[in-house]
Design a protein around this ligand. Structure first.
Ligand code: ING
Length: 311
């Protein structure tokens, strides 16, 4: 028995500050047509697909900040994508900056079914970076300034005959992200990322280490929860700020089965059997049989570290 899903990881190259939503959507539509020609069932786009990674810019005027946010989804700029995907019968996911009707700001991703209906929404929980200008950094990473922490938790949804979840970028570095979805039976996690090629606080941490940590985090999360993980980059240089690409599809055993070769718009395709998640869930990661929750209290009882007393 197999439940095969043909997945297209739709990596995006850089989106410059001056690039319009319409121009980006045209690029997304090109990738969607490639996915159609490969008979994909699902297409996954990156974090903040519609705009440049604007949290690198220090802004004080809320009107200037809000220009990077979407108030409705779908909206005039993105409706062509929803319509074309529904015409092709292809489900998809992408990230964008969400401004809610009551004025909240989130780093958001959505899951859209084959009929063009939004069936799931996730709001980024683990916001990296800082909220004030930090002159000690080589560049800014102001996600804590422009976004609120996600308020939806880590939900999963039944779609395409399986159980799907989402997370966003820095979430992939936190094991709690995967485990909360793993405890809901997730079989495929889709995520996007915008990862600067260099650590703004440690210049010797460059692209090679960043790629290593990307693979390490995603492979571990997949293996330890026996789930597929599709991690899709927006990469390349945005207004002189390089970001790693390296989109990957990882199987439930933690193996990379597909990887992008470029730093541009690139579709990588893989046939993912959702039934391949079963063996791990029924043996080594049979949570019900093996977990000992009586010893895990610290994970939810405390936020920071409580070290032992000095001897
Ligand atoms: N970007 C980066 C990411 O998690 C980061 C931020 C990079 C945090 C490296 C820690 C280490 O890939 C986003 N957008 O979260």
């Amino acid at each position: 028995m197999s439940r095969m899903i043909r997945v297209g990881a739709a990596q995006m190259g850089p989106v410059q500050k001056a690039e319009s939503r319409q121009a980006v959507v045209r690029r997304m539509l090109d990738l969607l047509e490639q996915a159609k020609s490969h008979k994909c069932d699902l297409v996954v786009y990156p974090e903040l697909t519609l705009t440049t990674f604007f949290p690198r810019w220090f802004m004080t005027d809320q009107a200037e900040v809000d220009q990077w946010f979407e108030r409705d989804m779908p909206n005039e700029a993105t409706r062509p994508l929803f319509e074309k995907a529904a015409e092709h019968g292809i489900a998809f996911s992408f990230g964008y900056a969400e401004r809610t009707p009551d004025g909240h700001h989130f780093n958001t991703s959505i899951l859209v079914d084959r009929g063009g209906r939004v069936v799931g929404k996730y709001r980024k929980v683990h916001l990296p970076g800082h909220d004030e200008f930090d002159e000690s950094r080589a560049f800014q990473h102001l996600e804590k300034r422009y976004f609120e922490a996600g308020d939806l938790g880590f939900p999963v949804w039944r779609m395409l005959g399986g159980i799907f979840g989402m997370c966003i970028c820095n979430d992939r570095r936190w094991p709690e992200t995967y485990r909360v979805m793993g405890l809901q039976g997730v079989e495929m996690i889709v995520l996007g990322y915008n990862t600067p090629s260099v650590n703004s606080q440690r210049s010797e941490e460059g692209p090679e280490k960043r790629h290593f940590h990307n693979r390490l985090s995603v492979q571990a999360g997949a293996y330890q929860n026996s789930t597929w993980v599709v991690a899709v980059a927006k990469g390349g240089s945005e207004d002189g700020h390089p970001m790693i690409a390296g989109s990957i599809i990882v199987n439930p055993e933690g193996e990379i089965v597909a990887e992008a070769a470029t730093e541009g718009d690139e579709l990588i395709v893989h046939d993912c059997d959702l039934d391949a998640t079963k063996f791990g869930k029924e043996t080594i990661f049979d949570f019900k049989r093996h977990r000992r929750v009586e010893h895990y209290g610290r994970i939810t009882d405390q936020t920071g570290v409580t070290s032992p007393p000095d001897v």
